[in-house]
Design a protein around this ligand. Structure first.
Ligand code: NOJ
Length: 563
């Protein structure tokens, strides 16, 4: 029997660098995570996903690994990790690691060897190619953050491929030896007892042979290379092999990060009989409102569009596969700022509203650190205060080349920079929010005096306790895990209403995404005999009707309907 415990689990993401600093060096660490395990247990989550904790020169905060079997110096030691794993397991918490194997760091010993000569045994661990006849890069592909995806290496006179930063060379999955090394390394961690992996851009690992040029789109610097490496020709073969050689031997949870994957592809990646992954992260909802320059000139988005995307995924994976549910992570703005309203007046209620909306969908919910406190985006005035390589490169290119004015660029950064989610967690109202006794690696959000864990834990109506209830309900209500999803009022621009149905039980979820009052009327069907209020983000009078009611700004209610 296949284990599916991850279906009724809630996963909490920790970005260790910004979670808790135990030794005052300004950088969060593993001992800091150990200190906060009881806090996480209290929240009620089941699984902790740790963003990369491996040795790394940190060109991309650990997503550039220089040793997959050692711990990042700033984060601690292997002994600290073993203790963390043991302490988590003692509390019934699972640990999921971040597997970054589309690329490594250029400081990984494989790459150091690989670049040293053309006949080095590690040469084919990476993707090397001679330039075009005129010496130009082998293809017109651009890297994620503005440069060519090919870097010329003097030593051997060839180019290597890097879909991200030049310090993140892509691994060559065509090489069976490399693949075996990856599976061996995965088994090393699984044998230690880790409970699963989140897999970084895992649908990038199979490239179209010959690296054909991408189509040139007007105004773009580079060709559209996506079709040549997204969900590439051998991706399913590689994932099935990985499953055979590693995952299938353990009782684990897996989620593949997959930009550019659609529902049809997700069925192939997550179909239970296909032995690939349990679920994937797609990007369709987080990309809405992108403008001409992608996320850097954000536009107004429509609720109907957001609902259409989620509804398509909910229905699409109903029979085959499984959804992951997320509003935010370390690459996205803070949930309440992006999807709700982070003003003083509405922050709390609207943070609870979007939480309700997400947690009642079908799939495994992910909570990104600080989301349970309603932490908000940060607006540093000076670009020098940002640390993220993506943000700094965008500033260099879009502002530097005059495509966005300074004001437009800073607006894009304030709304969408990855650093919004990377400022340290506010534990209390002491200096630096109690995150560190030293100088934090990135400034703390100045609103830590109002928004912090200590205050949340002392207030029974806090966002924290609301999340705690949502997480508990998942354990108590099978319909929340297994019920079928049906959207109501599809085109409504303020309300997101849906039902979840399992046999005789039905949940009615109604969320007001606007700052105005909204009337709700239940359509003819579903018909029911009696109802019960399951949860709401404000006081609701006893005996309220589920049939028709008026929602206050950002109100959310869930009724249980008995047929
Ligand atoms: C996706 C990760 O989530 C992001 O933080 C990272 O920069 C890229 N992949 C490259 O590893």
């Amino acid at each position: 029997m296949k284990q599916t415990w991850w279906k009724d689990s809630v996963i909490y993401q920790i970005y260790p660098r910004s979670f808790m600093d135990s030794n005052g060096d300004g950088v969060g660490d593993l001992r800091g995570v150990i200190m906060k395990l009881d806090y996480l247990k209290k929240l009620g989550i089941d699984v902790i996903w740790l963003s990369p904790i491996f040795k790394s020169p940190n060109a991309d905060n650990g997503y550039d690994v220089s040793d997959y079997q050692d711990i990042m110096t700033e984060f601690g030691t292997m002994a600290d990790f073993d203790e963390l794993l043991e302490e988590a397991h003692k509390r019934g918490l699972h640990i999921m690691l971040d597997l970054v194997v589309n690329h490594s760091s250029d400081e990984h010993k494989w790459f150091v060897e690989s670049r040293s000569s053309k006949d080095n045994p590690y040469r084919d661990y990476y993707i090397w190619h001679p330039g075009k006849e005129n010496g130009q890069p082998p293809s017109n592909w651009g890297a994620a953050w503005g440069d060519s995806a090919w870097k010329y290496d003097e030593k051997t006179g060839e180019y290597y491929l890097h879909l991200f930063h030049e310090k993140q060379p892509d691994l060559n999955w065509e090489n069976p030896k490399l693949r075996q090394e990856v599976y061996r390394m995965m088994n090393f961690w699984l044998d230690k007892g880790v409970d699963g992996f989140r897999m970084d851009v895992i649908n990038f690992i199979s490239k179209v042979p010959g690296f054909p040029d991408g189509e040139m789109i007007a105004g773009a610097k580079f060709g559209d290379s996506g079709p040549h490496f997204l969900n590439g020709p051998r991706i399913h073969e590689f994932l099935q092999e990985m499953n055979r050689e590693s995952l299938s031997k353990y009782n684990v949870v897996t989620v593949g990060e997959m930009p550019g994957a659609n529902v049809e592809q997700a069925k192939l990646y997550t179909g239970e009989e296909r032995n690939e992954l349990n679920m994937i992260f797609h990007f369709e909802h987080v990309d809405i409102g992108n403008g001409r320059y992608g996320k850097w000139d954000p536009q107004q988005w429509k609720l109907s569009e957001l609902k259409r995307i989620f509804s398509r995924w909910q229905t699409g994976l109903e029979e085959a596969g499984w959804n992951s549910l997320y509003w935010s992570n370390h690459d996205q703005p803070r949930a309440v700022s992006r999807w709700a309203n982070d003003s003083e007046e509405y922050r709390e209620i609207s943070a609870k509203m979007i939480a309700t909306c997400l947690h009642f969908l079908k799939g495994t919910p992910y909570v990104y650190q600080g989301e349970e406190l309603g932490m908000t985006n940060v607006s540093f005035e000076k670009v020098e205060d940002y640390r993220d390589v993506e943000t700094l490169n965008a500033f260099r290119d879009l502002y530097g080349e005059g495509r966005l004015s300074l004001e437009e660029m800073m607006r894009g950064i304030h709304e969408r920079s990855r650093d919004n989610a990377r400022t340290p967690i506010h534990w209390d109202d002491n200096e630096n929010g109690g995150f560190t006794t030293g100088t934090p690696w990135i400034e703390v959000n100045p609103n830590y005096k109002q928004i912090n864990a200590k205050q949340a834990l002392e207030d029974e109506h806090s966002i924290f306790y609301y999340y705690q209830t949502l997480i508990r309900l998942r354990k108590e209500e099978p319909v929340m895990v297994h019920g079928a999803y049906d959207v109501l009022l599809e085109d409504h621009e303020q309300l997101w209403a849906y039902t979840r149905t399992l046999e005789n039980e039905q949940l009615l979820v109604v969320c007001n995404f606007s700052d105005t009052r909204q009337d709700f009327e239940l359509p003819e069907s579903p018909a029911y005999q009696r109802h019960e209020l399951l949860i709401a983000n404000r006081e609701i009078e006893e005996g309220s009707s589920a049939q028709s009611f008026t929602l206050e700004p950002y109100e959310a209610r869930v009724y249980k309907l008995f047929k």
